[in-house]
Ligand binder design. Structure first.
Ligand code: ZN
Length: 278
């Protein structure tokens, strides 16, 4: 059975109003979701986020404290120094736990990386010391291309951390499909492409275009009976493109129709620890 996870990198002032609409759609479909939120975003509106997301339907996890890079990234910049990396991990997790009064078990680093935290033993050590159970840090394809392929869960056993899970993200960073970062044209797709049907010829303009791309990944994950699929979404960018969240309605309806099992990243981590370990 393939799991489907709706997940949101929640990281700017515009995310709060966007999350209100997103939460409505989740409740309508009774589909769970994971909100990776930065400490700073949460601290700016703690009561509002608590009212909105303190719901058994949702997991709140960390998107670091302030979105500083935890390793070098070719588009997003060099790694922060070691003490700052540590603060990003520890303070980001603490902010979630302070506001929601429940454990924060996962972290998605700002921007994500091609190889996640493979061979980044100082970061892995810090994640373990912080008590995190999973990271969602592989968010790019080969050679830092997009869309990110359907990478599946694994542990960092090869790096000496057999209980820490990597639960990647898939497809496009949807903000880049819409030029919402104003990066313009970039050398960002792979050739030959692994998902030619998910590489549009230009920036997309309609929620239906976005859904058509989402469908490629959801359909493939179900056909191949993969463990899970989760697309990389940002509330601020979803709302700027599609204030009514038509894309979410189309995607959630399709997830239903396809018979995938909706869950959160924390649920997937539990599942993986039980079923896939060893
Ligand atoms: Zn982010």
């Amino acid at each position: 059975m393939t799991h489907y996870i709706a997940a949101y990198d929640t990281e700017s002032a515009e995310c709060l109003s966007a999350c209100r609409k997103i939460v409505q759609i989740h409740r309508k479909f009774e589909i769970p979701g994971t909100f990776f939120i930065t400490g700073k975003t949460l601290e700016a509106n703690p009561n509002e986020y608590r009212d909105l997301l303190d719901d058994p339907l949702f997991e709140v996890a960390s998107h670091t404290y302030s979105h500083q890079m935890l390793r070098d990234h070719p588009f997003c910049g060099p790694s922060a120094p070691a003490d700052q990396r540590r603060n990003e991990i520890i303070l980001g997790k603490a902010a979630v736990e302070r506001v929601f009064e429940r454990p924060c078990v996962g972290l998605r680093p700002g921007c994500g990386f091609e190889d996640g935290f493979k061979k980044a033993s100082d970061v892995l050590q810090c994640l373990m010391e912080a008590g995190l159970q999973y990271v969602s840090s592989i968010l790019w394809g080969r050679d830092y291309s997009l869309p990110a392929p359907l990478n599946q869960p694994f542990t960092y056993a090869d790096d000496g951390f057999p209980t820490l899970w990597e639960l990647p993200g898939h497809g496009w960073h949807e903000n880049l499909l819409k030029n919402h970062n104003c990066w313009g044209a970039r050398r960002i797709t792979l050739w030959p492409p692994e998902f030619p049907e998910a590489v549009p010829p230009t920036f997309i303009t309609k929620p239906e275009d976005e859904f058509a791309i989402n469908r490629v990944f959801i359909e493939k994950s179900a056909l191949e009976n993969l463990c899970f699929v989760s697309l990389i979404w940002h509330p601020w960018s979803l709302a700027a493109f599609d204030p009514e969240m038509r894309m979410l309605e189309l995607t959630f309806a399709y997830v239903r129709e396809t018979g995938l099992k909706s869950c959160t990243y924390a649920d997937l981590c539990q599942h993986a620890s039980k079923e896939l370990a060893g």
